[in-house]
Design a protein around this ligand. Structure first.
Ligand code: RIB
Ligand code: CA
Length: 321
């Protein structure tokens, strides 16, 4: 049976690829896309989600819910310097397309309560919506089967500051509350896992570009700005933490090592806002998460190649593709 899931996303670049995983992998039963403030402007993120559904040939099939437009207590911080508009300048006619009227937080709470213990959530943006759902309904934590979180670094470097990864930096209070809540949570960190195992170098990108499908052309465009940015910070390729997170939920066989950790997030530090303290069992702290430490990187790349090879027919013309 396909895995029922919701993807909570700040849709830009690899979030788009993660949505493709949810939309196209036969193992996925994607019930909803919930939007949270993060990478780029909120309306742009929604447009990017529609663009992604469109290139997958599934426009209008999976409902898009609008969630929190900013972090719990802080100002929004964008990653537009990294991702541009998040879709490489692609655009489409969105007339007649509608997002759901129910707020994403309400939808998360409702859908989890309707199917207790069945629904998984892949959270690949700041954790604001998830924290709000918790605040709204304490039984949310038990109703959710599993929560897969892209965020933090496992005793490694950050990306938005030396100490912090973007998703946790943007809303550290939300991230802290999520780890304290008692979810069955699996974490896909930025460093070392993403930086060592989910970066596609030029050769790999060329192979994807040569696939010749609308999905491959879409992938190449949405990743272009990030590729340029990455080179300026010494990363030789595009980074794929979000699509990796979605893929690991659906294909646990890609995981080679996952370990119990106590994860907490810094909210008060002067230099360490959003730092993820991941304690590996020797500090007297009870584990509250599993952290993915190693994957089959080759198999993950081949998985995305196979996904992007699919000959989809976009529902509407995509400008720039
Ligand atoms: O730090 C990586 C995360 O922030 C990913 O979710 C990606 O979307 C990014 O901007
Ligand atoms: Ca993201």
């Amino acid at each position: 049976m396909a895995t029922p899931l919701i993807i909570d996303t700040d849709t830009a670049q690899d979030d788009c690829v993660a949505l493709l995983v949810g939309l196209l992998d036969p193992e996925a039963d994607l019930r909803a896309i919930t939007m949270v403030a993060g990478n780029v402007g909120f309306e742009r993120q929604v447009r990017n989600a529609f663009l992604t559904s469109n290139v997958a040939g599934r426009l209008g099939e999976v409902p898009v819910y609008l969630g929190c437009r900013g972090p719990l207590v802080r100002e929004w911080v964008s990653a537009e310097n990294v991702h541009g508009d998040g879709s490489g300048g692609l655009d489409m006619d969105v007339s007649g397309l509608a997002t759901e009227s129910e707020h994403a937080v309400d939808a998360l709470v409702r859908m989890a309560a309707e199917h207790p213990g069945e629904l998984s959530i892949v959270a690949i943006g700041p954790l604001t919506n998830i924290a709000m759902a918790l605040a709204k309904d304490p039984s949310f934590v038990d109703n959710v089967k599993s929560l897969y979180v892209m965020g933090g670094s496992n005793n490694g470097r950050g990306n938005i500051t030396a100490a912090a990864e973007f998703n946790f930096y943007v809303d550290p209070e939300a991230a802290k509350s999520v780890f304290a809540a008692g979810f069955d949570v699996t974490v896909v960190p930025w460093d070392p896992l993403t930086l060592r195992r989910a970066v596609f170098d030029q050769e790999r990108l060329d192979r994807i570009a040569a696939l010749g499908t609308p999905l491959a052309a879409f992938f190449t465009r949405v990743c272009a700005a990030t590729l340029e940015f990455d080179r300026t910070v010494g990363i030789e390729g595009t980074t794929h933490p979000d699509s990796l997170t979605a893929a690991l939920l659906l294909h646990p066989e890609l995981v080679r090592k996952v370990s119990p950790y106590h994860v907490d997030v810094e909210t008060a530090g002067e230099l360490t806002r959003g730092y993820s303290a991941m304690s590996w069992g020797v500090h007297g702290l009870e584990a509250n998460a599993r952290v993915v430490e190693e994957i089959d990187a080759e198999a993950f790349y081949e998985y995305l190649v196979a996904l992007l090879s699919r000959p989809t027919e976009p529902n509407r013309p995509i400008r720039g593709l």
